[in-house]
Design a protein around this ligand. Structure first.
Ligand SMILES: CCC[C@@H]1NC[C@@H](O)[C@H](O)[C@H]1C(=O)O
Length: 600
């Protein structure tokens, strides 16, 4: 059924993709009375709300910005007669964090998880040639047994409040585009590709899943539209002589075209852009097309003023230009899968993405820093329910993103509490259950923060390569004490070096909150000078160990968080400001990164 279909929508001779973006009716439902009071077919005194967007930052009153609970979006949409005989669906890029969908007052489906797409199959609920109405009931509460992890408390005044165990604002709403889609009754449901490449030949092993027993015909065309290979059958090989491989910062995309043919007639077609390349971990090297690559880039957020967590192509265009300007070749989609368009963009720009599922806040120590308790997260009684949602979202992330050449690796968690014995069975299950999800078998990992060092973590056997989040110079040994911070960092890396571990280490977070325009000689924390001195310290350390194969400081840009005495209108560790202008550190990093060869 359409409900398991995660293929990105396309319009062609057999399929239709219409965006339902724009102004929707919007209304808070603090008493959760909407379902019983006819809200699925109409909202009284609605607000006009832009989609895609988070609702939070549009409001001028605090109760609305901080609203936690149920809220509704509703929109009329026309279904043309020529959708007759098709499967018709409404595909949500993301509804944060959980949603229930109604069409013409009929409940269609629910979905849990605010950062991955889902389709409501509305074939049996629509009226052809007429206006129809879709209503979406969303809930943005945080819970310990859901992703991203947190609590929801009720204040004495009866208002609910989100208490994230993570360091980004709980922006909520229809954060990504909504599509009205029509596909043939007999349709292509999914496809996947794996690769073998050499300089003079590349082989694309493909497989196609279809809700049909029609014949499958596949072709591959180069960027000039010339067909370079064809094949028939649901599985097969496309062999390309003298291929142009997809390279880091030197992308080349082929177009794969899949057709279902029934009795000589084409009944469905799906085409997509793919890159011919391989990803391998070999010893302490990360290899792309059998050549070592050194990662230079950032942790990011989907975050900007006005639209909050909404995907914005304008911001993405600017961010990719900043990354090219500074000499970056990679980023982590911290701390959740980004909009599909981000991966398509990175495919085109030759940028490598570590794709991260929203398993963040799985650490009570972080929660205590942000207001939670201090115990081991994996000892909680919420773990079984949490795991079901966690693996479900790992499955959807890999199913959705598996065909992008830009995807380098899968990050299955950010900063989990792995220093407790109870983390081991959880991660054993997680790595067993995710082992066969990616046809390309790309590396799987998760980030390890300060409490999860070589000495203290009990989960170092799981990652295929290591992502270290380290903050000497900021969260400890800061300011004039940073020399002790450097010594401590070197001591830990000496342990890694002495060990028998022979896997790459990438520094996936390090940095200093920096107020743009604050200058001090000698430096102090929060000054632009200090941010550079901290980066210089880390880079001295990186240049001392050959198993460090990547540097991705936190963060590309300043971003919004909960308010607190450690946050000045959000997290200011950006190398760029939230409106994407450089701090002094940007010019320092550009100089360093443009002087490093690709395989440094
Ligand atoms: C204490 C680990 C640091 C923490 N790591 C996760 C990020 O989401 C936060 O923004 C970052 C920070 O506090 O700057």
């Amino acid at each position: 059924t359409m409900e398991k279909d995660l293929l990105y929508p396309v319009t062609n001779a057999y399929r239709e993709d219409q965006k339902l973006d724009g102004l929707w009716d919007f209304k808070f439902d603090p008493a959760s009375e909407g379902e019983a009071n006819g809200w699925p077919t109409g909202l009284e005194d609605p607000i006009k709300m832009p989609v895609p967007a988070s609702f939070n930052d549009f409001f001028t009153d605090k109760d609305a910005r901080e609203y936690t609970g149920d809220f509704w979006y509703l929109k009329k949409f026309f279904v043309p007669n020529y959708f007759e005989g098709k499967k018709v669906g409404i595909r949500f890029g993301a509804a944060t964090h959980r949603a229930k969908i109604f069409v013409n007052g009929q409940e269609i489906r629910s979905h849990e998880g605010g950062f991955l797409p889902f389709t409501a199959d509305i074939t049996d609920a629509i009226k052809l040639g007429e206006d129809n109405v879709v209503a979406v009931k969303i809930n943005n509460e945080l819970h310990r047994d859901a992703l991203p992890a947190g609590d929801t408390i009720t204040l004495k005044n009866g208002k609910k409040m989100a208490k994230p165990f993570f360091d980004f604002y709980n922006y909520s709403g229809l954060n990504r585009s909504v599509h009205l889609v029509a596909i043939p009754k007999e349709n292509i449901e999914d496809y996947s590709t794996t690769y073998e490449v050499s300089n003079d030949q590349a082989t694309v092993h493909y497989s196609v899943e279809a809700d049909s027993n029609a014949d499958v015909k596949v072709s591959l065309a180069d960027e000039d539209g010339h067909v370079v290979a064809t094949a028939t059958g649901a599985e097969g090989d496309l062999v390309v002589e003298n291929p142009t491989l997809w390279q880091v910062r030197d992308a080349y995309l082929y177009t794969i075209k899949i057709k279902l043919v029934q009795g000589g007639t084409v009944v469905d077609e799906y085409s997509d852009e793919i890159g011919l390349r391989t990803i391998e971990i070999k010893g302490h090297q990360i290899l792309v097309n059998h050549k070592p690559v050194y990662l230079k880039g950032f942790g990011r957020h989907e975050d900007s003023i006005y639209a909050g967590r909404a995907f914005d192509l304008n911001v993405e265009r600017r961010d990719l230009n900043l990354m090219k300007w500074i000499g970056a070749n990679s980023y982590r989609s911290s701390h959740y899968p980004y909009d599909e368009q981000a991966y398509k963009f990175a495919d085109r720009e030759g940028i490598l993405i570590t794709d991260e599922v929203p398993a963040v806040g799985f650490k009570m120590a972080a929660a205590s820093f942000l207001g939670g308790l201090d115990q081991s997260f994996f000892d909680g009684d919420w773990i079984d329910d949490l795991y079901k949602k966690h693996i479900d979202q790992v499955k959807d992330m890999i199913k959705r993103d598996k065909n992008h050449p830009s995807v380098l690796a899968w990050s299955l968690c950010n900063e989990p509490d792995t220093s407790s014995d109870s983390a081991v069975p959880y991660f054993t299950k997680l790595f067993n259950d995710s082992a066969d999800l990616d046809p390309e078998k790309r590396p799987r990992t998760f980030t390890l923060n300060e409490d999860d060092t070589f000495e203290t973590s009990k989960c170092l056997k799981f990652p295929d390569f290591y992502l270290l989040n380290r903050y000497p110079g900021w969260y400890h040994k800061w300011g004039y004490e940073i020399s002790d911070g450097e010594a401590g960092l070197r001591a830990e890396l000496d342990e890694w070096q002495k060990s028998d571990i022979d896997k790459p280490i990438v520094f996936s977070e390090y940095g200093a909150d920096t107020e743009p325009g604050l200058h001090k000689l000698p430096s102090i924390m929060w000054s632009e000078e200090y941010q550079i001195e901290l980066l210089e310290m880390f880079n001295r350390v990186f240049d001392s160990y050959d198993f460090i194969r990547g540097e991705q400081p936190w963060n590309l840009a300043d971003f919004q968080t909960v308010e607190g005495n450690m946050r000045v209108n959000g997290n200011k560790k950006g190398i760029f400001t939230r409106d994407r202008q450089p701090k002094a550190a940007a010019f320092y990093l550009r100089k360093r990164w443009n002087s490093l060869p690709l395989d440094y």
